[in-house]
Structures are given as C-alpha cells and as structure tokens.
Design a binder for this molecule. Structure first.
Ligand SMILES: [Zn+2]
Length: 335
C-alpha cells in the first residue's frame, strides 16, 4: 500500500515538474497571454445567432435608450442599426444582418459599437453561418448572350460601373416601414444561389430569385424606398433598383416596361414595372434580387422577417429557419 502511494506521489511530482517547465517555456514565447492581467475580452458574450448562407438575421440591442448611434461589423461589412419603437416595449436598436450567399460556413464575430455621445461600448455576438444546399441549374441561351464579344464585354463593364456608382450613395435613413411584399404573383423557383451552367460552362452563381409570371404582369416594390436608378442593361435588361435606406437595396430585372423614374419615392406594393424578358432571359419572368450592406441575400428571407402586422419579434437566439424553399423546377430564367 505504502509503495503505491509513493509511486503516485512520485508520478505527480514528475507531472508538476513537467507542467512548470512547460509554463516557463511557454511564458518566454507568449509572455503577454500567460501573465498579463489584461487578457483579451472573450468574444460572443452578448448573444448567439445562426443562419444559412443567403439569410437575413434580425439582431436587437436592448436597454440602450440613451444611445446616439449603433453600428456593427460582420466580415468587414458595416451594418447600421435603426431605432425601433413599439408600444409597450422598451426602445431597441435593430440591425438587419445579411449573410452573403457565398460567405464561408463557420462561426464569426458580429462586433457592435453602441455610441452615447463621446462614449462607446462594444458588444460581441457570435454568428454561426451554416451551409445552404444550392441547386445546380443548366441554362441554354443564344451563344452571343453567353460568349460575349469584345464590344459586349466593354458594355457590360461600363454598366457595372454605372450601377456601382448609383448604389454608392445609399440613403442614410431607413425608408421602409411596413410589411414586405412579394413583388409579383408567380411561380417561385427556389434557385437563389444556384450554381449556373450556361451552355455547358460554369458561370457566377445566381444572385437573386426568379419568379415565373406572364408577360406584362404587374411588378410591385417590396417596400417603401427611393428609386436609385433605372437601367436597360445587357444582362438585367430593363431594371429598377430601389434604395430602402441604410444599405438595403432591392432590384427587379427583365421588365418589359418601367413605370418609375430615378429619384421617385415608392411605397410598398406600388407597381413599378411590368414583367418581361429583356436582357439575358430565356422567357418572361421577374428576377428579384436584394443586397443588404453588400451581402447578396435571398429576397424571400425578407418575407420571413418578423416585421409583420406590427407584431413583436423574438430576441432569443433564433433557431435556423426550416428550409421551406420549393424544389427547383423548370422555369424561364436568365440573369
Ligand atoms: Zn435571375
């Protein structure tokens, strides 16, 4: 019995010595981390969120009635918060966090700064980005619409610049107020984010949702905003870009007719154009896209947001939304 105890004691002593040696060695390599009293603050203490690629998350900051500005940063994208008043509820700040369709799956920090005059407080949320299973879509288009000649490439590049410049000046105010509206009554294809094979060649993934609808059907603005730019471009055809404020844009492509002008104020549900097949499209449909502070998100995730009928929304950790998108099906498509 004595023997066993001694052996145990010896083993512990040896382990202690090894640990001490390891700490001394490590401390010479990482002196600050091991012995400083000012350890880096742990991340993600203020909440956890999760969502799939292309989803929109609602992040709420409560108990900051005196805040003058709230702004977050997620994967180098800036997310401005807006003040939200609801009868019988404390004032809160809300940020719409868009997960880009190509953000890599993983856990990232959403760092939020709450400013009150000269003072600033940091909040830290963890956001788990889950992989979305995007469809693979094969499209057959006229050769000249896929293999662009030099002239078309130049045109396409110029048009990209025009759009970028127009969208650089987004409204600093939140312009949308009411429920989000589906812009057209049609067949949702569920091909947001799909990998695209055009005439057998892999192309950029599809950055919006295509809705099959008859030629000339009404297209409505999804919410209140200002028409930032109307275009007639090589890929998008006749298109309208609506600025809803705070870096949130919706876009409507392949229209046969545009019923608004640059700078027009529009309201949710207002008819802004007619369904068509202009630009790179195989037939009449609406391409509906949404950009949220640079993130390409599934426009239908707006309809799932808890901003309906003035109802309150949960601030608890949201569970990943169930996958309710219909199976991909054949539809007229294009950009
Ligand atoms: Zn499309």
């Amino acid at each position: 019995m004595m023997m066993t105890l001694t052996q145990t004691h010896l083993r512990i002593s040896r382990l202690d010595r090894m640990l001490i040696t390891a700490v001394v060695l490590l401390s010479s390599v990482f002196p600050v981390e091991l012995f400083s009293n000012t350890l880096p603050a742990p991340k993600g203490l203020d909440g956890q969120y999760s969502g799939k690629q292309g989803q929109v998350l609602v992040v709420k900051v409560k108990g900051e009635e005196q805040a003058t500005e709230v702004q977050g940063t997620f994967l180098s994208r800036t997310i401005p918060f807006f003040r939200e008043f609801r009868p019988g509820e404390p004032v809160g700040y809300i940020g719409l966090l868009g997960i880009d369709m190509q953000d890599d799956p993983g856990t990232y920090e959403f760092a939020v700064e709450v400013k009150q005059g000269e003072q600033a407080k940091q909040l830290s949320f963890n956001v788990l980005v889950a992989k979305e299973q995007f469809a693979v879509e094969h499209l057959n288009l006229p050769k000249e619409k896929v293999d662009l000649n030099a002239k078309s490439v130049t045109r396409w590049k110029e048009e990209q610049q025009v759009v970028q410049q127009a969208l650089a000046e987004n409204s600093r105010m939140k312009l949308w107020h009411s429920n989000f509206v589906e812009p057209v009554n049609g067949k949702r294809t569920g091909i947001f984010g799909s990998v695209r094979i055009m005439n057998g060649q892999p192309r950029n993934p599809h950055n919006g949702e295509d809705i099959g609808a008859p030629m000339g059907a009404d297209v409505a603005a999804t919410n209140d905003g200002i028409v930032r730019i109307t275009v007639d471009h090589i890929f998008s055809g006749k298109g309208v870009f609506v600025d809803h404020g705070l870096g949130f844009y919706s876009m409507y492509f392949h229209l046969s007719e545009i019923l608004v002008k640059d700078g027009d104020l529009v309201t949710a549900g207002q008819i802004i154009g007619k369904v068509g097949a202009t630009g790179r499209a195989t037939g009449p449909h609406l391409h509906w896209g949404v950009k949220l502070n640079g993130a390409r998100v599934n426009p239908y995730s707006l309809l799932d947001l808890p901003f309906k009928n003035g109802k309150s929304f949960s601030t608890a950790t949201p569970a990943p939304a169930p996958d309710t998108s219909p199976a991909p099906q054949a539809v007229q498509a294009g950009e």
